[in-house]
Write a protein that binds this ligand. Sequence first.
Ligand SMILES: Cc1cc2nc3c(=O)[nH]c(=O)nc-3n(C[C@H](O)[C@H](O)[C@H](O)COP(=O)(O)OP(=O)(O)OC[C@H]3O[C@@H](n4cnc5c(N)ncnc54)[C@H](O)[C@@H]3O)c2cc1C
Length: 442
Amino acid sequence: MKTLLAAFLASIAFIWGWHALYSNALPPGDTLWLIRQEGLYLTGLLSISLMSLVMLLATRPAWLETPLGGMDRVYRLHKWAGILAIGFAAMHWLLEMSSDLIKASIGKAGRPSKADFAGFTGSFLRDFAEDFGEWVIYAMLIMLVLTLWKRFPYKFWHWLHRGMPVLYLMLVFHTVVLTPSAYWSSPIGALLAILLIGGTSASIMSLSGRIGKRRKVQASIVAIGQPSSDVTQISCQIENGWAGHQPGQFAFVTFNRLEGAHPFTIASADRGDGRLVFQIKALGDYTHGLAHRLSIGQEISIEGPYGRFDFRRGSPRVRQVWVAGGIGITPFIAWLEFLQDKGALDMPETVLHYSTRDACTDPFVRQLEQLCAKLPHVQLRVHDSKQGNYLTAEILARQHPPGKQAEIWFCGPQGMLDTLKAGLTRIWNGKLKIHQEAFQMR
Ligand SMILES: Cc1cc2nc3c(=O)[nH]c(=O)nc-3n(C[C@H](O)[C@H](O)[C@H](O)COP(=O)(O)OP(=O)(O)OC[C@H]3O[C@@H](n4cnc5c(N)ncnc54)[C@H](O)[C@@H]3O)c2cc1C
């Protein structure tokens, strides 16, 4: 992801640099004023380009799942591109504000004339566009703080976040009005136009509620269970239009239109009958007490499937280590169900490590034992925290000695992955590939 973002930024910067150096776009002026002016354009360009990318990624482009490795990664890219875009917007604003400081230190004499740089509109519109840009930067900085401040309730954050396309459209106006007219007849202008058109279409799609519409189907709840005090099991029947799913994929489920969609792994293999099972843990305010708010026969909407968390994407020759923490077991249940009638497939020996707080009250241990009993090539190891049996990098390393390459397929708390990763990178000496399904999108 870092490489992708770096390549994107480098390409924009390269085209800007080419324009600035070789097309005589630099006007005469004092160096400091020139640096400010070009810095203003570069940061603005990087910010709006990243923002356009953010808007495009927000449309849940399923075609990007294969190259990027799943919708959770598409969302991670969306998040980091957004953070960087706001960072560049803040730099852009600081550069804009620096004019008084430069004026005070070297005077106004070398300042490039506005006429050289102005876009193709009049001064009234320019002032208006500048004000728009400033308000948007303030709003985006507030949004950034709320995004990074994880204690801010997701529900409120989610509603505020839905206003981002409006801010983006205001930025498009700011950009179109203030981009120097010389840009529009050069490659940088062509690139900018493509990004702005793409971002604007994505914003309109978002504001008109069309994101994911083609992948949305209606279903009805056929069974509600409570296998443990904090887990709700929901079975639903899709009426029609479901093209099937791969084991390990997830869907956005809307139980209540006011609440909106929540992502949940489809914890069952596809049997071609439109029946899906979700195992939902009470991790927050909506999922808490969910079973009492649902009823048999209730209509729900399901958008998907999304995701590429599928062990068949791994190399068949490399040993696989599956690691699940708590409710992160759901994609593995779908995999095990899928494997039930498939024989050994062409897969290596695999160990599924399942970490649970208390194996005695855990709703999944029995099901996992039954599923694994029919699969000789998948061994189950349950790590029961209540008995002091924590899964550590040392335990993994002891059971899977270094030397041969290994692939880890992980779904569980981020902190657990970070600890295991740090330990295993050291012990396995870098011979480690990790596939993760992230349960976090914000
Ligand atoms: C790909 C994926 C698969 C998941 N699969 C499962 C599963 O099989 N079983 C399960 O119990 N949980 C799963 N989750 C987590 C589940 O989506 C959240 O626990 C649930 O949405 C929490 O909602 P809440 O309102 O109760 O919690 P809140 O207190 O509102 O939020 C808790 C956290 O849940 C996440 N979240 C909340 N609402 C949304 C939303 N609308 N969209 C995205 N994230 C949200 C946010 O990270 C938030 O910080 C999955 C998440 C993802 C991204």
